[in-house]
Design a binder for this molecule. Structure first.
Ligand SMILES: Nc1ncnc2c1ncn2[C@@H]1O[C@H](COP(=O)(O)OP(=O)(O)O)[C@@H](O)[C@H]1O
Ligand SMILES: [Mg+2]
Length: 283
């Protein structure tokens, strides 16, 4: 590509995913402008154009969201768009959105005080799952088996005095098999899917789950497309559990890692992401 098109890559660190993205851009002859999320400074007036589109790969939801809003202010499109990052990156907003679109998802209640959180846990029943509204890798999630455990977890969360832990996201524990399903959607295409298996209840690849490629059923593909579209579309990893009442979507990741998925399936995920960025940048 030699028409001056430039891809901005907004990162915290360069992981295997970002290396693969740089490689895919290089293979397509697309120059990449590297933007480090700890260096950038945004003014109120548009700077001279830095890139035609910015791909967000920041590991911080807050940095990603504010940066995407600033790029939008300058008229530079981002992948994903700010509204998608905002909703999909926050489990409270994402659950509301999934419900609004009639997409099956685990029963969830949101409470804003420790007292209300304990009531919500009672209403959901045991075991219940408490999750931070913003987070990944299954971090700081708790499976709560009794009122006593709920009190202890809620007390700890309250002591953390952090805005993320001031909101209580309470969910039914879904008695899934020893696995969940991940479907990677780019634009209007499912580019890869896998099973993540673990002896623990959190099946994140980052926690050491083993992975296998998955040929998604028509039902799973349709569900993934609906969940991605509900968030506003883009590059989204849809996490699905096999619950006794059928497939349920528990998360739609707006800045997914894909090292494990790539290793499991051999799919060219980075290439699909770069092609999608070009499409968005040329709109
Ligand atoms: N309600 C639930 N019931 C049973 N397992 C769950 C539930 N919610 C999450 N999990 C397990 O924990 C993992 C991490 O949860 P998730 O909501 O995807 O958060 P994260 O953003 O940290 O990945 C899931 O992949 C799944 O294996
Ligand atoms: Mg997840």
């Amino acid at each position: 590509m030699s028409d001056g098109f430039r891809l901005g890559l907004f990162t915290t660190i360069v992981r295997p995913e970002e290396k693969a993205i740089l490689g895919a851009a290089g293979a397509r002859g697309i120059p990449v402008v590297r933007l480090d999320d700890s260096d950038v400074i945004f003014g109120l007036d548009a700077p001279s154009a830095t890139a035609d589109v910015v791909l967000n790969r920041s590991v911080s939801h807050t940095r990603a969201l504010y940066a995407a809003r600033c790029f939008a202010h300058y008229g530079t499109p981002t992948v994903n768009p700010p509204d998608v990052i905002e909703v999909a990156g926050d489990k409270v907003l994402a659950s509301l959105r999934l419900a609004e679109h009639g997409i099956p998802t685990p029963r969830t209640e949101i409470a804003l005080s420790p007292e209300a959180a304990l009531k919500a846990v009672e209403r959901i029943g045991y075991p219940a799952v408490l999750k931070p509204a913003v987070g990944s890798w299954g971090r700081l999630m708790a499976k709560v088996g009794s009122a006593e455990e709920a009190e202890q977890i809620v007390e700890h969360k309250t002591a953390l005095a952090s805005p993320v832990h001031a909101v209580f996201y309470v969910q039914e524990f879904v008695p899934k098999p020893d696995r969940d399903l991940r479907v990677f959607v780019v634009g209007d295409r499912v580019v890869a899917a896998m099973v993540r298996r673990s002896s623990g209840w959190r099946t994140n690849a980052a926690r050491g789950a083993t992975t296998e490629p998955l040929a998604p059923s028509a039902e799973l593909e349709e569900l993934a497309h609906r969940a991605a579209a509900a968030m506003g579309g883009g590059v989204l990893a849809v996490d699905v559990m096999e619950s006794p009442r059928g497939l349920v979507v528990h998360e739609v990741n707006p800045t997914p890692e894909f090292k494990a998925l790539n290793a499991a399936t051999g799919a060219d995920i980075a290439g699909a992401i770069v092609d999608h960025c070009v499409e968005v940048g040329r709109r």
